[in-house]
Write a protein that binds this ligand. Structure first.
Ligand code: ACO
Length: 427
């Protein structure tokens, strides 16, 4: 018998098995706790709760480590491609050269969207936030691709996964084009996944679009950095939605809705807006004081993380990518200096040191995306595009698990106890 956690509560001795992963903290299996004691555990923000078993992504927040299927994010970001990382997350191993070519080919054959979907866009206001459009359009895919919504069929699940990964750049680019009043561009499958996305976003039908290799590489790297991140809020949302048997398009739409919030994926938009508001380095101390003031709701956006209590390894890669993009595009942005100085000041301030608040992936991404030409409203859309593979891989992992159950937390009820209904004329 393995390790047991033994404790006594309400006069009852409880024995819970301690489960061990391949690496990371052990977990106490409390599934029988309610049956044995009549008590639930209380953990509203899931700060001490492992919601599932997963073999996809590992994070050591204290050490600033992020591994996908065992491979460190730094190595993947420097040496791999987004397509390869997609294959890795979906299949568990890096592909051979032939497998990668075949996967790339398969994804490229799913890049077009149903022509009728274009009319769906026209129902939105032109000034709609592109994330609002993403929530609607991705959910609507379930109305267009009926032949890949049977979650009990592994082949349909695979096709839905490929469709989602392949169509997301097209859908995201269309959301952008719609907002600026330009015509939609069809995908060009002679380009790479990322090159194709850049062309559909920034190209126009009247001209040839030249994909800048350095920008394509930087964008591909940004996609890799966002591909998956363990059981974060949006991934947990996808899993919870999927646990009821909902179709994959509906589940990913739920993930997109969750990602939109400023405490999650919306932080990249908020971080750049904050840097713009701060402006020059001389104004940083005022904002540092505001971030520390308990009575001020202001927080340093792009700082802090539920899991990382060290430098987010994705932020390190992101910071070096800023310089590469600036060099390739022969541009610069004074906000980068402001961001570097803000990081330096914060990392030397006792408040941020004590609370272990470090830059996260969103702190530098906005500067790069803005240099490439994206408006801030598109930042979270890009995050959703890249995270789709993680959502899909996690959803597949969950559905393939024979012990999978509907996610159904319980609660600590604090409302009125039972009382009798009083007719309205007697109240
Ligand atoms: N600026 C100032 N203070 C902060 C910040 C910040 N960015 N982040 C956390 N703190 C403080 C809190 O006020 C709190 O202080 P207290 O203990 O005195 O009350 C303490 O640090 C712990 O913060 P919590 O909010 O309890 O930590 P939690 O794990 O719940 O939140 C979160 C993590 C949401 C990311 C938080 O750090 C935050 O709001 N950061 C800014 C938004 C952001 O960058 N989000 C992106 C996350 S990464 C991603 O989703 C891709």
């Amino acid at each position: 018998m393995g390790d047991q956690a033994k404790f006594s509560v309400g006069g009852k001795d409880v024995d819970c098995a301690v489960m061990k992963g391949s690496v990371g903290p052990d977990v106490i299996d409390i599934r029988k706790l309610y049956g044995q004691t009549g008590m639930f555990t209380f953990d509203p923000g899931f700060t001490s709760t492992a919601s599932c078993e997963s073999a996809l992504t590992f994070i050591d927040g204290e050490e600033g480590v992020l591994l996908h299927r065992g491979y460190p994010i730094g190595q993947l970001a420097e040496q791999s491609s987004f397509m390869e990382v997609c294959y890795l997350l979906l299949n568990g191993e890096l592909p051979s050269k032939d497998e990668l070519e075949q996967f790339d080919y398969t994804i490229s054959r799913h890049t077009m969207v149903h022509e009728q979907l274009a009319t769906f866009y026209r129902g939105f206001r032109r000034d709609a936030h592109p994330m609002a459009i993403m929530c609607g359009v991705v959910g609507a895919l379930s109305a267009f691709y009926h032949d890949s919504t049977d979650i009990a069929d592994p082949l349909q699940r695979r096709i839905a996964s490929h469709r989602l990964i392949a169509k997301m750049p097209t859908i995201a680019a269309m959301a952008y084009k719609y907002s600026i009043g330009q015509p939609f561009l069809y995908p060009d499958n002679s380009l790479s996944y990322t090159g194709n996305f850049l062309r559909m976003t920034f190209g126009v039908p009247a001209e040839e679009y030249e994909v800048l290799p350095a920008v394509e590489k930087a964008m591909d790297r940004i996609f890799i950095l966002h591909a998956d991140h363990e059981q974060n809020a949006s991934t947990s949302t996808v899993r919870l939605a999927g646990s009821s048997g909902a179709n994959p398009f509906a589940c990913i739409a739920a993930g997109i809705a969750c990602l939109w919030g400023p405490a999650h994926g919306g932080a990249n938009e908020a971080a750049l807006e904050m840097l713009r508001e701060i402006g020059t380095p001389d104004r940083i101390p005022h904002y540092i004081e505001r971030a520390k003031d308990k009575d001020d709701p202001f927080r340093l956006m792009g700082f802090g993380h539920r899991v990382y209590k060290n430098y987010d390894p994705r932020a390190t890669v992101m910071q070096s990518t800023v310089r590469e993009v600036f060099d390739a595009m022969k541009v610069t942005d004074p906000l980068f200096e402001t961001a570097l100085r803000l990081e330096e000041i914060a990392l030397n301030d006792p408040y941020f040191i004590e609370k272990k608040l470090f830059p996260n992936v969103d702190f530098y991404s906005g500067i790069i995306l803005s240099a490439i030409g994206f408006p801030t409203t598109m930042f979270t859309v890009l995050f959703a595009l890249a995270r789709t593979v993680g959502w899909v891989a996690q959803w597949n992992e969950m559905i393939s698990d024979p012990g999978q159950k509907i996610g159904r937390p319980r609660q600590l009820y604090t409302g009125p106890v039972q009382r009798d209904y009083v007719p309205v004329d007697q109240r």
